[in-house]
Ligand binder design. Structure first.
Ligand code: MG
Length: 393
């Protein structure tokens, strides 16, 4: 057997990061943890250091690093800051980088990780939404492979093994519909943060949970699928599927459809991203291994843009191209922050984004710098909306 492959986990204290650590630790004959990074969660990182003994740890800033050193003592290399984070992402020891930092903060480390031929298990969809053209070009140029961790895209990635590209008519991403699928629209205005965080099927971090409640998450996944699978927007469909059992489908030229089914457990797609095409025996996970799906009932309904405006916004940004998706992603990040801080009602998130898109000038989106510039413009437009609506800018 080959020696274990070095794995670096960026965003280790988040939901996907911690689940990735579980999978890595359960297969020591395959994987060796080479390093972890997180921004500010000292307590969770201390638990990770004690449990998984990573040789190298990066924290977001000096204060967090000092607090971790005090809590955990010595015995591991500890650095802090963006430069150290990008150096860890580019670490030659790491054959696999799990990119699980949320939002724009994950963009530069991902860029660093794609600098050499290695596998990147990508959970940070915002990075791909913002800078898809530049990131895909960089991966191609350096022989790096991007494997999606997002469950829908991991499903498509698995299904693609069974068909030839020219046989595909359309791919379909499923959406649970989030916690407010059946809520009357007038109730949406008074929805609180804790309700928006309570996803009916998946246990996820706060940003993606709120994006799931607005359906922006699914919209971003359309853009993510466009870059990962090189299909135009009109060949990427969305179906609302509340049970979250079917994660992705391929509609084929002959009229048949292939689907991937599984329990709503991110560790399945993490394991696929780390080890696929091999299937890891996840029943080895000591804490609650994934159970087979209960196939009692599967419901599907169309993901219509009239009912789910977030899908329309993202489709429009993708068709418009250039810096529009980056600006939309950054405006969404600002809107979600404002909602979590109580400065923006839930029902105003999508109007903010529609307003930002309507006022967005034409922007380039080819390079990393283009994406960052478009992101700044998106955030500026979001802050402008917030100040007009009376919240602090
Ligand atoms: Mg997803």
């Amino acid at each position: 057997m080959n020696s274990p492959r070095g794995v670096v986990v960026l965003g280790a204290t988040g939901s996907v990061g911690r689940q990735a650590l579980q999978v890595v630790a359960a297969f020591p004959e395959r994987f060796r943890l080479a390093g972890v990074a997180a921004r500010s969660s000292v307590e969770t990182m201390a638990e990770i250091v004690e449990q998984y003994r990573p040789p190298r740890v990066i924290m977001g800033d000096g204060a967090a690093a000092a607090a971790l050193r005090q809590r955990c003592g010595t015995g591991f290399a500890l650095e802090n800051g963006e430069e150290a984070l990008c150096a860890l992402a580019a670490e030659p020891q790491a054959e696999i980088v799990v990119a699980a930092m949320a939002g724009q903060a994950g963009l530069l480390p991902l860029w660093a990780a794609l600098g050499t031929a290695r596998r990147v298990a990508l959970a940070n969809k915002e990075a791909l939404v913002m800078a898809g053209a530049a990131l895909m070009a960089r991966a191609r140029a350096n022989g790096a492979e991007i494997r999606p961790v997002d469950s829908e895209h991991a499903a498509i990635h698995q299904l693609l093994r069974a068909v030839r590209r020219e046989e595909i008519r359309r791919l379909v991403l499923t959406a649970s519909g989030g916690p407010f699928l059946d809520l009357p629209p007038e109730r949406l205005a008074s929805v609180g943060v804790s309700e928006a965080l309570r996803h009916p099927r998946w246990s996820m971090g706060p940003k993606v949970s709120i994006d799931s409640a607005t359906l922006m998450n699914k919209g971003f996944e359309i853009i993510e699928a466009h870059w990962l699978f090189d299909l135009p927007e009109e060949r990427i469909g969305v179906l609302i599927h509340p049970q979250s059992v079917v994660h992705g489908m391929l509609e084929l030229r002959d009229g048949s459809t292939l689907a991937q089914l599984g329990p709503p457990d991110m560790r399945l797609s993490i394991a696929w991203a780390l080890a696929g095409p091999e299937r890891l025996p996840l029943d080895r996970l000591d804490s609650s291994p994934p159970l087979p799906v209960a196939l009692s009932r599967l419901d599907f309904s169309p993901g219509e843009e009239t009912r789910f405006p977030a899908l329309g916004l993202c489709r429009k940004a993708l068709r418009r191209g250039g810096g529009a998706p980056a600006a939309l992603a950054a405006a969404d990040e600002a809107a979600v922050e404002a909602f979590r801080e109580g400065h923006l009602p839930f029902a105003r998130i999508l109007p903010l984004l529609a307003d930002a898109m309507a006022r967005l000038p034409e922007l380039a989106g080819e390079t990393l710098e283009d994406a960052l510039r478009a992101g700044r413009e998106g955030r500026r437009l979001a802050e402008d909306f917030l100040s007009r609506e009376g919240g602090p800018a």
